[in-house]
Design a binder for this molecule. Structure first.
Ligand code: DGY
Length: 323
């Protein structure tokens, strides 16, 4: 890159008009108007012609891809808070800077958490289908009775930014918030929530359980037959974090036995696609990984990713550097 030329940035997916317009001011942008997904080999190939990549979590930059990226790549400025699609160690070893977009998607993701919790507890799948298909033929006080959310106890695994937003919204429903986290929060951040220093202790009291932790070696499969059995009978599970946190066959068994009353899932082991084994369960309310999918949040994610790129190319430390 000669010093007067604009850096070349590959924006791997279709982002908001505001993001694309701002990017074009400072960078020579390679875009993806068809919004297609790229394979690892394509990422390696395309990396030859660019100084930076602005990917989403749909682009998997694992150890193999990281090792084969062009030497020209200086920074990967993710348009996501999660960085589990990137091998941070391998990228760090190559001296490639990696950033993410924390904070700006917490409320949007927690909104989806609330929607899933309410939808699962109040039988949204069944009710919607009944009305939509013209099968709503009677009403009585014993009809479509669900589980009340307000006033209940919620356990939150992972009290980072999204977990704290979830707790904030739950307080609006008069819920008693409990949490398990790597460390206890300050009283200000806790805002009245009760800390559990073991997962087991949290599970034992959680009438609702919300997963808000990242995908790490410690959290993969954290929800499994053993941990599900520790929840009170009739508990409701909500996952807006990552599909790999849940052993899906174990959840299906717990739903079949009735130990878990319902689940709200925005994340699956296989994405896109989800798990067709959940389809027969009316008490599983599912969405296609849309936690951060609001116009406002997409703009904010784009701005945050570009702030990180701008800082890097101005010779400064990007605010959200993770590797
Ligand atoms: C994130 O930012 O990690 C969300 O899952 C969407 O990409």
């Amino acid at each position: 890159m000669n010093s007067s030329a604009k850096p070349v940035v590959w924006i791997t997916r279709k982002l908001t008009d505001n993001t694309m317009a701002r990017a074009a001011q400072k960078y020579e942008v390679i875009d993806n108007p068809e919004d297609r997904t790229f394979t690892g080999d394509e990422i390696i190939e395309l990396s030859r012609d660019v100084d930076a990549i602005l990917p989403s979590h749909s682009e998997v930059i694992d150890a193999r891809v990281s090792a084969a990226l062009s030497d020209r790549i200086k920074i990967i400025a993710n348009h996501s808070v999660g960085t589990d699609h990137c091998d941070l160690k391998a990228l760090g070893a190559r001296g490639i800077v990696v950033t993410n977009t924390p904070d700006v998607l917490s409320d949007a993701t927690a909104e989806i958490g609330m929607l899933l919790m309410l939808g699962a507890a109040r039988r949204a799948v069944e009710g919607d289908r009944m009305v939509r298909t013209g099968n709503w033929t009677s009403w009585s006080p014993s009809f479509m009775v669900g589980t009340q959310v307000s006033g209940k106890r919620i356990g939150i695994i992972g009290m980072g930014r999204v977990g704290q937003s979830m707790a904030k919204f739950c307080r609006g429903f008069d819920m008693d918030v409990h949490y398990f986290n790597r460390s206890k929060l300050t009283p200000e951040r806790e805002a009245g929530a009760t800390y559990h220093d073991t997962l087991e202790s949290l599970l034992g009291v959680s009438q609702f359980l919300s997963l808000n932790c990242p995908n790490t070696p410690e959290t993969i499969g954290i929800i499994n037959a053993r941990t599900l059995a520790l929840l009170p009978r009739g508990a409701i599970l909500v996952n807006t974090a990552r599909g790999v946190l849940v052993i899906e066959d174990d959840l299906i068994e717990a739903l079949q036995s009735g130990h878990i009353a319902a689940a709200g899932l925005d994340c699956f082991q296989v994405e896109p696609g989800g798990n067709p084994k959940f389809a027969p369960f009316d008490n599983v309310f599912m969405l296609p990984h849309i936690g951060s999918a609001t116009r406002e949040t997409r703009d904010a994610m784009g701005a945050r990713a570009l702030d990180n790129l701008d800082a890097f190319f101005a010779g400064k430390e990007p605010r959200d550097r993770v590797a």
